[in-house]
Design a protein around this ligand. Structure first.
Ligand code: PLP
Length: 450
């Protein structure tokens, strides 16, 4: 990284004058001016380089500036930058064919969107029209996007200020043994009781009014909650029993993140609709979509599907998806995520947990891990309160600052840090980041009972 602080200051000044940022109090934020990125790293204008253990917003599965993907975008730009969704065009056809090939089971048709939230909006619309029912079930401790329906489905505090159009949304508790809602003492018990709870809610809401159950296959932002064996299959059974559409949201967990193409593959479960975005092309050009079962596609065989987007299946986005999927196959990137997770990250995090008073639980798979930070390992009391801000959140803010000082860009949410590097991360890079993390955790240890 070459230092150029003057340019950095100008970039920052124009940003603060004119860019209105997501999720932020505009006068309070202090965004880092980024000068460039490659592979697992990005750098600023002051000569600081960061190892990206957040993959930005958990989307750069293939790392930054993958040469094959960059070339595909450049080639497509020279050939055909844009074309309306109503035409058949080579890159869109090929992207859909490849996505149908890698998604689970018989999900063989793809509706393209510009990102994850729009994918969720359209999946819910399809489910409601397919069933003629209105209610949709989603989990507490979930994130499904920031548009109207998607934010109302979301089960974290980001929903609260926008919780105005939630008619028909019913939230339920998913399995999370470390903080069990069901007083369970084993994964088996947690699974059984979570399924019982869900089926009871369906019964009391009236199964004939429930259009869909939407779930993240592995819950992402809300905690990297890996479901116990049998949970997703159990939800599939409940859906089948009552004619409910099963939607798996794989926006974050898909395309290699868990060391499989899709997280649902770990349990052999096939949903009726699967939403994707992020890793499909690592966000090089905005892209998301819904992979659709033959039954639901058939509903719209002779009846028009009432939804669309000007940029649905955008050629630059589709070209980057084709190049991404091909590169992931050629370079065995999904296999790399599985191997690094199992052999390097998992064991190192468990070792870190054993040595740090503030690390309560380690969970995850592939390059999708969380450290659940606690005040007290015995009681599991979170290191900071739920939805903490300001002084209450100081331990996590200090931890994030310590990571950055050590050259590591962390993913931090509430009382957790997630270890979510690109699927292309090398063993040496993973070890470098884990060492920086280990050091930064001495900050959180000071707030924990020893
Ligand atoms: N669904 C899940 C599981 C996500 O993690 C996200 C984003 O983090 C979304 C949906 C929303 O995607 P987007 O921000 O592309 O709209």
């Amino acid at each position: 990284a070459v230092a150029d602080p003057e340019t950095g200051a100008a970039v920052k000044a124009a940003d603060r004058a004119h860019v209105f940022h997501s999720w932020s109090a505009q006068a309070v934020i202090d965004p880092l001016a980024v000068a460039g990125a490659e592979g697992s790293y990005f750098w600023d204008y002051d000569g600081n380089r960061y190892l990206d253990f957040s993959s930005q917003l958990v989307n750069t599965n293939i790392g930054h500036q993958h040469p094959k993907v960059v070339a595909a975008i450049q080639e497509q730009a020279a050939k055909l930058c844009t074309i309306a969704p109503g035409f058949a065009v080579d890159v869109r056809s090929e992207a859909a064919r490849l996505i149908a090939e890698v998604t689970p089971g018989d999900l063989n048709q793809v509706f393209f969107t510009n990102g994850g939230a729009e994918a969720v909006e359209n999946a819910v619309r399809m489910a409601r029209l397919h069933t003629g029912r209105h209610k949709v079930f989603s989990a507490y401790r979930s994130y499904h996007g920031a548009t109207s329906t998607a934010i109302n489905l979301t089960g974290d505090p980001r929903r609260w200020p926008s919780d105005t159009a939630s008619a028909g949304v019913v939230h339920f508790w998913g399995p999370y043994l470390y903080r069990s809602q069901f007083h369970a003492t084993s994964e088996e018990q947690e699974c059984e009781r979570a399924l019982e709870h869900l089926e009871q809610l369906v019964a009391f809401e009236g199964p004939q009014s429930v259009a869909a159950i939407i779930l993240e296959s592995v819950v992402g932002t809300a905690g990297i909650l890996v479901p116990p064996a049998g949970y997703l299959a159990g939800v599939r059974e409940i859906c089948d029993r009552y004619g409910i559409v099963f939607i798996l949201d794989e926006v974050m967990s898909g395309f290699g993140r868990t060391g499989a193409w899709f997280a649902a593959d770990h349990w052999g479960v096939v949903p009726d609709l699967l939403t994707f975005a992020k890793g499909v092309n690592s966000g090089y050009v905005p892209l998301g979509g819904v992979a659709i079962s033959p039954e639901i596609a058939a509903t719209f065989a002779t009846r028009a599907y009432p939804g669309g987007l000007t940029y649905s299946g955008h050629p630059l986005a589709c070209a980057s998806a084709v190049a991404t999927i091909n590169a992931m196959r050629e370079e065995r990137i999904v296999e790399n995520a599985a191997d690094i997770g199992e052999r390097v990250i998992g064991p190192a995090l468990r070792d870190i947990a054993a040595r740090h008073a503030s690390v309560g639980e380690v969970r995850g798979l592939g390059v999708f891990w969380a450290l659940d930070l606690v005040k007290d390992k015995a009681t599991h009391e979170p290191l900071v309160p739920y939805n903490a801000a300001g002084a209450d959140n100081a331990p996590m803010a200090e931890f994030a600052a310590a990571c950055k000082k050590g050259g590591l860009w962390p993913f931090v949410n509430m009382n957790r840090t997630h270890v979510v590097p690109p699927c292309t991360v090398t063993e040496a890079e993973a070890k470098e980041g884990l060492a920086a993390l280990d050091e930064a955790l001495s900050v959180t240890d000071r707030y924990a009972v020893n």
